[in-house]
Design a protein. Structure first.
Length: 624
């Protein structure tokens, strides 16, 4: 039932903020009519020859000569999400271009702000250049980084959320700290959208330990409309430097609610984090050019929540996935990784519902058995010995069986068993059977009496009790069944003595089971067949197995409950599911949190207010 499940891929990606009109390489722009990328007249940026900072094979890059303008620096190649989260650096070097501009009236030693673009990269008219100009107007140098020069980007952001762009910022910080005009203690970072994500999480000390140069730390951070719907490990261990987030409450690419919650948690911990949420403002509220294409086509999983799982990646967090994880751990505590990897699988969620129902039934049954065992010494007080009543009960049962169960061989044996063991039942149970009938008594007796009757009836019923028309005699099949069972027991149960007895018992009583039950055992295996059979066929195998188990007098595989047997199949399916998803670094099962089309809209009021806030923030942070 649970062994062979089909799984459909559920790999989705988060926060793809690339905008179609911003997809041209740096130094080019998109033609509004044709959509083609063409060179920008007079462009002297990174598309032309780059001025590479001086470097040596065994030493850091340096701007000791005071270079400005177009400067390239060494950073890391394209990273996967897990490579970034684990701090694993692939071989090779990626050259990243940037543009360093000093203010006209700057001091001898001045602060600098590194600017990280959004998913669309750098293009003609990008607001990032306007922001750089405004920062220079208050005496701050600017260094605009082109992370999209990395091979594979901007599509890479669907794989790594743009987090590795913070490494470019860290490398730029190391380079800028060597410049004779730059104060290494006053280097800030400001990013937008994807760059805002990199900026925000560059504050996390874990990522700083992994990727930032030793002995250097950014002095201030400003993040515009980032995505905050991630829960990273150690994400609340952050910098003590000031951090500001600016976004709109109508943003359909960066959800403001988790950002506000994150900031509130950090503020309670004493961190200098603040967030400004502009009422009615959308994504790209500071970009006048947003009106050219006012929508970003998705789907964008804006309102989805993600949680980091070590060595797996990001897993979507929903009520269903968390319930699955908790339930899965409750029955398979040693399979934490597999439970988490499969938490977004609808097939495994359905299978777990069945398993948890069986688990609860199994616990109740075991608890009842313990109660029965503990009270067995007092059973003589409940069951009253009355030879006359016992004789009357046995005679009544014999007549009842002869009249109502005529022709059903096992029924006669059940009747004889009940009559012979009448003394083990309560007086009320025996009188009830005589008054109402053997089957009708189950509905009439008190709870105490029906428990007494049901327990004895169950014991008498064991032993392959089935109606004859379900049993088909087939000597050849019975022989094949017997040989298979003995081979199975030898291979799977080894030297376990009770197991051999169970196998011998099943082989000798093969004719008492249905044809389908025997064929299923041969096809799937003795234990596995319990997951495949249904109704009469399952009952046929279960009854005979239980009778043989009781006769064997052993414990172990023969003592397994239905839950324990089905758990083995569920565990196999869980492992197969986890293997299917192995290597998928972002697991998603619920797409209802996605946005098909995200609105981009310039908001002049929010833009002007953000300019004032950013200027005031950096003035205070840099003591200007």
């Amino acid at each position: 039932m649970l062994l062979f499940l089909r799984f459909a891929p559920v790999m989705f990606v988060m926060l793809v903020t690339s905008i179609v009109w911003a997809g041209c390489p740096v130094g080019q722009k998109e033609n509004d009519r044709t959509g083609e990328c063409t060179s920008i007249p007079g462009w002297t940026g990174a598309s032309q020859s780059l001025s590479t900072a001086s470097t040596s094979d065994d030493g850091p890059q340096s701007l000791a000569a005071g270079q400005t303008g177009n400067i390239s620096f060494q950073s890391i190649p394209l990273l996967t999400l897990n490579q970034f989260l684990s701090g694993k650096t692939p071989p090779g070097v990626q050259v990243i271009p940037g543009d360093l501009t000093l203010p006209r009236d700057g001091a001898d030693r001045m602060p600098v702000v590194i600017l990280l673009h959004g998913g669309g990269g750098l293009y003609d008219g990008n607001t990032i250049y306007d922001w750089a100009s405004k920062l220079r107007s208050i005496g701050i140098a600017t260094f605009v980084v082109n992370s999209n020069a990395r091979s594979g980007c901007p599509k890479c952001y669907s794989q790594n959320e743009g987090l590795p762009n913070m490494i470019d910022a860290f490398q730029a910080m190391a380079l800028l700290s060597t410049h004779p005009r730059i104060d290494p203690d006053r280097i800030g970072l400001m990013g937008f959208s994807v760059g805002g994500i990199a900026t925000l999480y560059a504050t996390v000390k874990r990522f700083q330990r992994m990727w930032a140069p030793e002995g250097l730390e950014l002095a201030a951070y400003v993040s515009f409309y980032p995505g905050c719907n991630y829960t990273f490990n150690e994400e609340e261990q952050v910098t003590d430097r000031p951090v500001r987030i600016l976004m709109g409450d109508k943003d359909q690419l960066g959800w403001s609610v988790p950002c506000e919650n994150y900031v509130n948690r950090l503020r309670k911990a004493g961190k200098d984090f603040e967030i400004t949420i502009f009422p009615g403002a959308h994504h790209a509220f500071d970009r006048p050019e947003a009106s050219r294409k006012p929508y970003s086509t998705g789907p964008h999983p804006t309102y989805c929540l993600w949680q980091e799982e070590k060595d797996i990646g990001l897993i979507q967090v929903t009520e269903a996935s968390e319930a699955f994880y908790a339930g899965c751990l409750s029955i398979l505590p040693e399979r934490a990784r597999e439970c988490r990897q499969s938490s977004t699988s609808s097939e495994m969620n359905e299978a777990l519902v069945t398993m948890l129902e069986l688990y609860e039934t199994d616990k109740k049954t075991k608890a009842q058995n313990e109660t029965d065992d503990s009270g067995s010494a007092q059973s003589v007080d409940v069951s009253q010995s009355d030879p006359a009543l016992d004789k009357e009960f046995a005679e009544f049962v014999a007549r009842y069986v002869s009249k109502f169960w005529q022709g059903w061989g096992p029924g006669k044996k059940i009747g004889e068993c009940l009559g012979e063991n009448a003394a083990s039942m309560t007086t009320g149970a025996k009188k009830g059977v005589i008054k109402y009938g053997l089957e009708e008594a189950f509905e009439k007796l008190s709870d105490e009496d029906v428990a007494s009757f049901d327990k004895l009836f169950g014991l008498c019923e064991k032993g392959g009790v089935k109606k004859k028309n379900l049993i088909q005699s087939d000597p050849a099949l019975d022989k094949e069944f017997g040989e298979f069972v003995m081979a199975y027991v030898s291979e799977q149960w080894g030297d376990w003595a009770p197991g051999k007895k169970i196998g011998q018992c099943l082989s000798q009583n093969a004719e008492s089971m249905t044809t389908k039950a025997k064929k299923s055992v041969i096809q799937h295996g003795l234990e596995e067949a319990f997951d495949k059979l249904k109704e009469q066929d399952l009952e046929s195998l279960s009854n005979m197995y239980a009778a043989c188990e009781q006769d064997s007098g052993g414990a172990g595989a023969g003592d397994k409950t239905e839950f324990e047997m089905m758990l083995e199949g569920f565990e196999r399916a869980l492992v197969e599911s986890a293997e299917y998803f192995e290597g998928v670094e972002k697991l998603m099962g619920d797409t209802s949190c996605e946005v098909k089309r995200a609105k981009l809209l310039y908001d002049r009021k929010a833009h002007q207010q953000s300019i004032q806030e950013v200027k005031a923030f950096f003035k205070a942070a840099f003591n200007l």
